[in-house]
Design a protein around this ligand. Structure first.
Ligand code: FPP
Length: 250
């Protein structure tokens, strides 16, 4: 029996976000080069997308390349950018078939033209998908995103589009790259580290965090379902007390 059958279909996290970590260590542990780790990581992406559709997750956000990843050796950056192009070319038809809509968040202008164009084409071709929205965070960091939002808000206050006294938390959310998405319910990090690494800092304010030692290339459907089952055991109080939540349920 798959763990999928144990998942309570009424309490599936609507949005799962994943920090995919451990490609390099996975490769090293097997005496392989880091590029092989990333290629196997792309295989895991496919498996987890399929698993998320099965579980009826509606948004899956994957941290595929952070702003800080630009500091890696050029050769590794090139490998990752090429891999993105290859993955998109290979997967676009299946994404369409499976009703997956691709979206990207991050400083996309900074990506090589080939990668950027492949992404934009795939976003366009998959725009009618309704089963799952797959969000790739590329050249993304929360501090980059929040800095940009602050600049835009300041400019709009200055030119009279926005009244500073009417700025609320919702206003801030609307100026983020995730403006049309629900906040992540469950945030997973693979690879054994227990930090957020500049990922969705605003959006994950109330996300349930799940850390696993599994390296990303070994993370599969059952690993995702294990995380969802763990999520389902938790009580999300959003600052309230249990008794209030009980009353609200009745
Ligand atoms: C972290 O492992 C992973 C990345 C920086 C890149 C993630 C990329 C992929 C999973 C492959 C392609 C993605 C898509 C969407 C097709 P790491 O290199 O930091 O591993 P380490 O911490 O063990 O060195």
């Amino acid at each position: 029996m798959s763990l999928l059958d144990k998942i309570n279909k009424k309490k599936v996290p609507q949005h799962v976000a994943i920090i995919m970590d451990g490609n390099g260590r996975w490769a090293k542990s097997k005496g392989l080069d880091r590029a092989k780790g990333h290629r196997e990581g792309a295989v895991s992406v496919r498996k987890v997308v399929e698993a998320a559709i099965e579980a009826k997750v509606k948004y899956l956000t994957l941290y595929a390349f952070s702003t800080e990843n630009w500091l890696r050796p050029t050769e590794e950056i090139d490998t990752l950018m090429e891999l993105m192009v290859y993955f998109i070319a290979k997967e676009t038809d299946d994404l369409i078939k499976n009703g997956v809509r691709l979206q990207c968040i991050g400083d996309i202008q900074r990506l090589p033209e080939k990668t950027r164009n492949a992404l934009y084409n795939c976003v366009e071709q998959t725009s009618l998908g309704t089963n799952l929205t797959l969000v790739l965070a590329l050249s993304y960091s929360s501090r980059w995103e929040l800095t940009n939002a602050a600049k835009t808000i300041a400019a709009e206050v200055k030119n009279g589009v926005l009244d500073e006294n009417s700025i609320t938390e919702e206003t801030i959310s609307k100026y983020l790259t995730t403006k049309d998405m629900p906040e992540p319910d469950l945030l997973i990090r693979t690879g054994g580290d227990t930090r957020i690494s500049n990922f969705l800092l605003w959006q994950a304010a109330y996300s349930e965090l799940y850390f696993t030692d599994i390296f990303w290339p070994d993370f599969d459907a059952e690993s995702l379902y294990t995380a969802i089952l763990d999520f389902q055991k938790r009580e999300r109080r959003f600052g309230k007390i249990s008794e209030q939540l009980e009353k609200e349920k009745q």
